[in-house]
Design a protein around this ligand. Structure first.
Ligand code: ADP
Ligand code: ZN
Ligand code: ZN
Length: 738
């Protein structure tokens, strides 16, 4: 009887052997239902073998071989094997977590058809010019459907109220709903190479600049694997380079994978690329999709029907048989790193995948990660630079610092900045205030005894939220009503200390009672559609001042915005996290990029106690190179990445002794291996207590990836034998957070 080795979603670092009844065909990559303990589970066949160490009386037969979806390819299985090994994560959990949820279930999948909307004959006959102007959303939907049929998600990207308006249009008989056939699991691979041109419509909106053309030519000329770093300031036309590269790949009949950060932007990006390739099948993969949509889209990529796959980090594991190009946009973004389970970096996995498939990969950013920048400098990647802004009239914003110790401050905003905002309001331009703290104030304090609103479960403070009069922990979610008096001394005079978005909003309201102020943070956008509605308001210039957290920093194009105020950047300058300055620089470049995108000159004002700090100097002169060079020199001196490769073992538990005992034993085991790695001491985590769990960590570093990997391979089996009951432990290879 044939024996198969199966990956199952359990926290054990092995495959499991099963038999298959004679005569039943089974191959690697197929899903099977099998008995596991007393449960029934789904597994993925990793290989078929002839012999097993499991005694014949103990080996069990699989219950069913599933044929409801095409088997995973050998290439994808290899990629997952690599990830499991590199990130030291159980193979079964690695493989299963890469699949859409529906394929992880032990129920066979029944692909439901995806509904699509199109114009009826009556709808097509409508004259949009004479359609009532105030029915803005209906007009938009009709215009969109006149181009092509769309599914609900695409239409919802047009407006927050698209769902309701769509119903109205269906009721009028102008729009109808049709079921598209569910994808068939059979492979219909596109033609590769061979000179067969595949026809598609390409909206070639711009003639490329010389720099853009050079970048496109360099990537297009690549034979096989090559990694390019496309370094270009915001507005330099990186997206346009992507579009032209995609066009070249589509012409050859290949598939493109475009990875984007985990932000609320996917629907807009999706629409943008669709508008450039109107008849190309583009699908997206991200956490906002329903399970059904995700399976449908995944299968579209798997069958080769989807030529462009646009997705967040999880899409790096999509099955893409005709993969011919990978693009990672905003490659420096921390959201490419998964922070639990399989702690992979989608950017790094994408690079491995490109080399595995022998295809080029482009990493794009205005502020490349120092890892990638260093790799480009030493020649491991090829550097492509876009120095000018694509639109001749668009100029870079001017950057200016305000010394907070030499000006009047109003609860976090300086008088000078308020005056600048006033001028913008008079000119009907928008201002954005960027502050990385939500809530009203980060802590409440008693002026008599010095009591602080500490969280009872964490080492952090409870944040004051005035809107609902509560103190909230942003780490564990614990919350209480704002006390009437100090719990320690009874004094009724409690003061908010510091400022968050809500307090800034109220300062502005007081100063500019007639201004239209919009706060954008996780609290104000909790409702799924709220952010979309806000964006529409901003675009329609119905907002004068925006106050927001980093949600506002990323990739939005607000044409009327000419002033950006950065309120409290200083803590990152002297943080214990060596990456904090790098992150701050990237974030500030990104918010600065929001100012003056159209024909108006933008200005960025930074409030700081350190106006002469090199980071702000570099921002003022738009000198990424100089900044990166000084950071890299510092990192090299201090022995930090990218000159060092790291792995972090973390543990947390209710009992401090257990946590430290585990990590100290792990450390002793590491020392015994006597390998060329540096083993640091066991130290408390940056947040040493969270949700009543004590947290500590142990850092290992080595001067080469290979040495570190060798060590980890030897160390992990020892870790698995340590007593770790009641502890949560994790090993993080190439950690980003400290
Ligand atoms: P980035 O992605 O680098 O921020 P974009 O690709 O979004 O930049 O380009 C910024 C703006 O310049 C966009 O409005 C885009 O349409 C325009 N643009 C890009 N390339 C060109 C070009 N070659 N000629 C004219 N306009 C261009
Ligand atoms: Zn007190
Ligand atoms: Zn807490």
């Amino acid at each position: 009887m044939p024996i198969i080795r199966v990956a199952i979603d359990v926290p054990l670092p092995t495959l499991f052997d099963y038999t298959v009844a004679d005569g039943i065909a089974v191959g690697a990559g197929q899903r099977v239902i099998l008995p596991f303990g007393r449960r029934q589970m789904v597994g993925v066949v990793m290989e078929c073998v002839c012999t097993t160490d499991v005694p014949p009386e103990r080996i069990k037969p699989v219950i069913q071989v599933l044929h409801d979806s095409a088997p995973l390819s050998a290439g994808l299985l290899d990629l997952l094997r690599f990830c499991s090994d590199y990130y030291r994560y159980p193979i079964g959990q690695t493989v299963l977590s890469a699949l859409p949820v529906r394929l992880r279930s032990d129920k066979p999948v029944i692909s439901k058809p995806i509904l699509s909307y199109r114009l009826t004959d009556n709808g097509a006959a409508l004259d949009l010019e004479s359609f009532p102007k105030r029915k803005v959303v209906q007009r938009r939907i009709l215009a969109k459907l006149a181009e092509q049929p769309c599914n609900l998600a695409q239409l919802k990207a047009l407006s927050a109220t698209a769902g309701a308006q769509l119903k109205a249009l269906v009721a009028e008989g102008w729009v109808e709903c049709v079921a598209l056939g569910a994808s068939t699991p059979s492979l219909t691979l596109p033609l590769q190479g061979g000179g067969n041109r595949v026809q598609h419509t390409f909206d070639n909106a711009h003639i490329l600049t010389g720099e853009q053309q050079q970048a496109v030519d360099a990537v297009t000329a690549a034979q096989g694997y090559a990694c390019f770093l496309l370094h270009g300031i915001t507005g330099s036309g990186k997206t346009e380079v992507y579009v032209h590269l995609m066009h070249a790949v589509l012409q050859r009949g290949g598939q493109v994978l475009l990875l984007v950060p985990e932000i609320n932007l996917t629907p807009q990006l999706e629409n943008y690329f669709r508008s450039r390739f109107p008849d190309v099948n583009l699908i997206s993969l991200h956490s906002g999709l329903s399970e059904g949509e995700r399976l449908h889209n995944w299968q579209q990529a798997q069958t080769g029907e989807a030529q462009i796959v646009l997705g967040t980090r999880l899409s790096v594991f999509a099955e893409i048989p005709g993969l011919a190009l990978i693009i990672v946009d905003e490659e420096h973004d921390a959201s490419f790193k998964q922070q639990d389970g399989l702690r992979y970096s989608a950017r790094d996995v994408a690079i491995f995948r490109a080399s595995q498939c022998g295809v080029p990969i482009v990493l794009g950013s205005a502020t490349p990660s120092l890892e990638s920048y260093h790799n480009a400098q030493v020649g491991r990647y090829q550097m492509l630079k876009l120095i000018g802004r694509a639109l001749a009239e668009a100029r870079l914003p001017t950057v200016r610092c305000i010394n907070i110790n030499q000006t009047v401050m109003h609860h976090g905003i300086s008088e000078n900045l308020l005056r600048e905002i006033e001028q913008r309001i008079a000119r009907r331009e928008q201002s954005l205030l960027f502050i990385n703290r939500r809530g009203y104030a980060p802590v409440l304090m008693c002026s008599a005894c010095g009591w602080l609103s500490n969280c009872k479960n964490c080492a952090g403070k409870l944040v004051l939220h005035l809107s609902d009069k509560r103190l909230r922990c942003h780490h564990c979610g614990y919350q209480i009503r704002v006390p009437q008096a100090c719990p320690d001394c009874g004094n009724a005079d409690l003061h908010p200390v510091g400022s968050g978005t809500q307090r800034i909003e109220s300062v502005l309201q007081e100063r500019f009672p007639d201004a239209r102020i919009l706060r954008v943070d996780r609290d104000s956008t909790r409702n799924k559609r709220a952010w979309q509605t806000m964006r529409e308001q901003i675009h329609a210039n119905e907002v004068d001042i925006l106050v927001g957290t980093q949600m506002l920093a990323k990739g939005h194009d607000f044409p009327a915005l000419t002033l950006v105020g950065v309120l409290n950047p200083d803590s990152a300058l002297y943080s214990s996290d060596f990456r904090a300055p790098e992150k701050l620089f990237a974030q500030l470049v990104q918010v600065a990029g929001r100012a003056g995108r159209a024909d108006k000159l933008g200005e960025v004002i930074i409030q700081t106690a350190f106006p002469d700090h090199p980071l702000f100097r570099a921002l003022q002169t738009h000198d990424f190179e100089g900044w990166a060079a000084s950071q890299l020199a510092e990192r090299q001196m201090a022995g930090f990445p990218p000159f060092m490769y790291q792995a972090m073992l973390r543990a947390e538990g209710k009992n401090e002794t257990d946590v430290y005992a585990y990590l100290n034993q792990a450390r002793a085991a590491a020392k015994e291996l006597q390998q060329a790695v540096e083993i640091l001491g066991v130290v408390p985590a940056a947040l040493p207590r969270r949700a009543n769990h004590l947290r500590a960590q142990l850092l290992i570093q080595a001067t080469s990836r290979k040495v570190l990997q060798q060590f980890l391979r030897a160390w992990q089996p020892l870790l698995d034998t340590l007593p770790a009951q009641k502890l949560r432990c994790s090993l993080d290879v190439d950690p980003l957070e400290f």
